[in-house]
Write a protein that binds this ligand. Structure first.
Ligand code: C2E
Ligand code: MG
Ligand code: MG
Ligand code: MG
Length: 277
């Protein structure tokens, strides 16, 4: 591996790099096939309020690879972005989520659930994005006031005004925006006040260390205070145990997502959780 070689030697190429490159090329070909064969599945992870009641879910993409089984999005989302496939796959995700929202809208006890959908910055910046989204909204007739789009800080590092205009166009239809992985990006805080956001999502890296690290606790506390003063909702992701939840509750964070409340699961499993059967 390059990182094991001498500090002072510049390493341009070695066999392990070639293997990595080949694996990527193969995976990218497999991703094109996945889109053709629709090997995608959308899982949903519960989001709960201070009482533990499920108020909504985050949609998380899963890829059932014919030979490798379930591949994690951390591995394939960057490849989808590099190849431009993210536009088609992201549209599939949004359509699936909107169809689910439309179905839940017909069901007592499920009709107030929200769905949060992750949008890659590349997908959001694409010139065809708003048209694709319009198409999805028309086809699915989803209740848009229960749709949240999760964007990340990197979206606002460049072309911020353009992103803001697109957000405003979607907000005019009732769509809400959540800022995912808050605190892990490179952007400045100044942009926050100028964007039409509705929610800050505290990154799981901070949440998971909240009891062990004073620094992380300080970051989480400041984020909660910032959300409060900017009139934004705040949700903590990656809550894994009751001690973390208790700490968050004591610091005025009242919405949670994490393994403590449920792992990503099928829509059916979510329905059973909500309906209590
Ligand atoms: P994210 O949007 O920050 O999603 C949260 C990730 O944390 C999910 O991983 C979820 O399964 C995981 N998680 C939730 N609770 C816990 C917990 O208590 N402990 C731990 N250790 N992990 C927890 P997942 O599903 O592997 O997704 C990883 C990332 O891939 C997502 O991070 C998101 O950035 C991206 N992603 C997933 N689906 C989509 C999609 O449809 N479109 C786009 N553009 N990106 C997606
Ligand atoms: Mg997310
Ligand atoms: Mg996140
Ligand atoms: Mg994350």
């Amino acid at each position: 591996q390059a990182k094991n070689s001498s500090r002072h030697r510049v390493c341009f190429f070695d066999p392990s790099m070639q293997a990595t490159l080949l694996a990527h090329v193969k995976l990218e070909a497999d991703l094109r096939q996945a889109q053709v064969d629709q090997q995608w599945q959308l899982y949903y992870q519960p989001q709960v309020n201070h009482c533990g009641a499920i108020t909504g879910v985050e949609a998380l993409l899963r890829w059932q690879h014919p030979e490798r089984g379930m591949v994690s999005p951390g591995e394939f989302i960057p490849l989808l972005e590099n190849s431009g496939l993210i536009n088609d796959v992201g549209e599939w995700v949004l359509e699936e989520a909107c169809n689910q929202l439309a179905r839940w809208a017909q069901r007592p006890q499920l009709n107030e659930l929200t769905i949060s959908v992750n949008i890659s910055p590349l997908q959001f910046r694409d010139e065809g994005f708003l048209n694709r989204v319009e198409g999805v909204f028309t086809r699915t007739q989803a209740p848009l006031c229960r749709l949240k789009l999760e964007v990340t800080e990197s979206l606002f590092v460049e072309a911020r005004d353009e992103a803001r205009e697109k957000m405003l166009a979607l907000k005019a239809q009732g769509v809400r925006f959540s800022l995912d992985d808050f605190g892990t990006g490179y952007s400045s805080l100044a942009y926050l006040a100028h964007l039409p956001l509705d929610q800050l999502k505290i990154d799981q890296a901070f949440v998971q260390q909240v009891l062990e690290s004073k620094a992380n606790a300080a970051i989480v506390e400041s984020t909660i205070a910032l959300a409060e003063s900017l009139n934004l909702e705040v949700i903590a992701e990656g809550v894994e145990n009751e001690a973390q939840q208790a700490w968050l509750l004591a610091h005025d964070c009242n919405a949670f997502q994490g393994y403590l409340f449920g792992r990503p699961a099928t829509a059916n499993a979510i329905e059973q959780l909500v309906l209590g059967d």
